[in-house]
Design a protein around this ligand. Structure first.
Ligand code: HEM
Length: 446
């Protein structure tokens, strides 16, 4: 048996409850006590090695699927056996190859219009001069964006999915971090309710697929469902309807809450950093984006909404940095831990977007999207989405700074959100503001 580093000796359940109640804290305390690698014991992962050393993380992310691959947590059971989250090795590679094209280049640019429209639609309902939590609003924006990107035109099925998915994702996200019970408690149990929702989701998707297959202009559509129906594996075969349903659900769930919680954190951080907010507002209103892009990077560094990713060791005696690991060993990468490494990010607890101005982060050190061959498929999509939403916010509203204490972390199951939902107070910008800004910017006559 491999010698793993020491770690907290509290019982499994206590470690899991603490991780849910106070996300991030347990890992930080363990790192302070045991160093950058330690062992935890959790009901979901068993005895797992947690690493946060940059070189070891890089090695793990770069290891081939025959050395380190999918951790296979409950996500597969929640999202379906065809979901990318459930697949390993060649099958993962095969499916991922088909899913990459909609998330890059020209295809990606086609979604910007949807992002702007959905943002403005939601912003129209924002209360003015009155405190409100932005998270529910960000959730509606990101849900509507991903629904439209995935299914294209709106309609009855679309409306039903808009109602069904928030509850479905919320329950699924919680079930994904709980062990599956050995006994089936029937339809009223959380898993039972989840199965009923899944059945309804499958029926809706089947109807949408049938409609799309009758659509004479399928090849002109930009939505992901249409692209998947036309995609072919290397051997020329098409995706099965079951696999399409699983992948679409994967995109709908993975792409919705994570982006919304990051946006709520952006609001929370910016209101507490008025200097950054002022520069950012000015930049946006004069058409720039450099500081906004850096701000998104810094929000994700300081408030990574997913605080760990995992891999399962697939080879006997695999070497990972200082460790020789047995087949089956779970390794977790502490995302928040490496983001707080002072050797990589000086003064790491400070919120300082300027650190990313004029430089791109190292993608093995700045890892809110994970890394390697399983890195988040929607990273570019999410980044563009956050950029569009923040651009509209800063352009159309004055976000009022606050002296309130920082919002603590709150675990929603998979994603960690600001506990008060990213409270905001906004004042709409008026034509008078625009006029004043323009006059102030204009060169003064001597
Ligand atoms: C700020 C927003 C987001 C964050 C923080 C995030 C984070 C992550 C993380 C940490 C992983 C696991 C990576 C690993 O194991 O190395 C992941 C995987 C994934 N994400 Fe995201 N994600 C975000 C948005 C999105 C969006 C918008 C989509 C789709 C539209 C998406 C789709 C996926 C998919 C399909 C995977 C599985 C990739 C695979 O197994 O090959 N994510 N994401």
């Amino acid at each position: 048996m491999a010698t793993l580093p020491p770690g907290p000796s509290t019982p499994r359940l206590a470690q899991a409850v603490s991780a849910l109640m106070r996300p991030g804290r347990g890992f930080r305390q363990a790192r302070a006590r045991y160093g950058d690698a330690f062992t935890i014991n959790s009901p979901l992962f068993g005895r797992a090695l947690v690493i946060s050393d940059a070189a070891e993380i890089k090695q793990l992310f770069q290891a081939g699927a025959e050395i380190a691959d999918n951790i296979e947590p409950n996500l597969g059971r929640v999202l379906g056996s065809g979901s990318l989250f459930a697949l390993s090795g060649d099958e993962h590679r095969r499916q991922r190859k088909l899913l990459v094209p909609p998330f890059h280049g020209r295809r990606l640019a086609a979604y910007e219009q949807i992002m702007e429209e959905e943002t403005l639609r939601e912003f129209a309902s924002w209360p003015r001069n009155q405190q409100f939590a932005t998270l529910p609003s960000m959730m509606r924006i990101t849900l509507n964006i991903i629904l439209r990107a995935v299914f294209g035109a709106e309609g009855a099925e679309f409306d039903r999915l808009r109602d069904l998915l928030p509850a479905f994702v919320k329950l699924g996200s919680l079930l994904a971090v709980l062990p599956v019970p050995k006994v089936d408690w029937g339809r009223w149990s959380p898993w039972g309710r989840f199965r009923l929702m899944r059945r309804e989701y499958d029926e809706i998707v089947e109807r949408l697929i049938a409609k799309a297959e009758r659509d004479g202009s399928l090849d002109e559509r930009e939505d992901i469902l249409a692209l998947m129906l036309q995609a072919r594996y290397d051997d020329g075969t098409a995706m099965s309807h079951g696999d399409i349903a699983d992948q679409l659900l994967t995109l709908l769930t993975a792409g919705h809450e994570t982006t919304a919680t990051t946006l709520a954190w952006a609001v929370e951080r910016l209101r507490r950093h008025p200097d950054v907010l002022r520069d950012l507002t000015e930049e946006t209103r004069t058409g720039g984006k450099t500081l906004r892009e850096a701000t998104i990077l810094e929000v994700q560094r300081t408030r990574p909404v997913i605080d760990m990713v995992g891999r399962k060791i697939k080879a006997d005696g695999a070497r990972l940095g200082r460790w020789t690991l047995p087949r089956g060993q779970t390794v977790l990468v502490g995302i928040a831990l490496i983001h707080e490494d002072p050797d990589l990010f000086p003064n790491p607890r400070a919120f300082d977007p300027y650190r990313f101005v004029g430089t791109k982060p190292d993608l093995y050190q700045w890892i809110p999207f994970g890394g390697g061959s399983r890195r988040c498929l929607g990273a570019a999509f999410a980044t563009m989405e956050m950029n569009v939403v923040l651009r509209a916010l800063l352009r159309d509203f004055d976000l009022i700074p606050t002296a309130l204490p920082d919002e603590p972390w709150h675990s929603r199951g998979i994603a960690n959100a600001p506990a008060k939902g990213g409270l905001a107070v906004v004042r709409p910008r008026t034509l008078i503001d625009d006029h004043v800004t323009r006059s102030a910017d204009a060169p003064t006559a001597s």
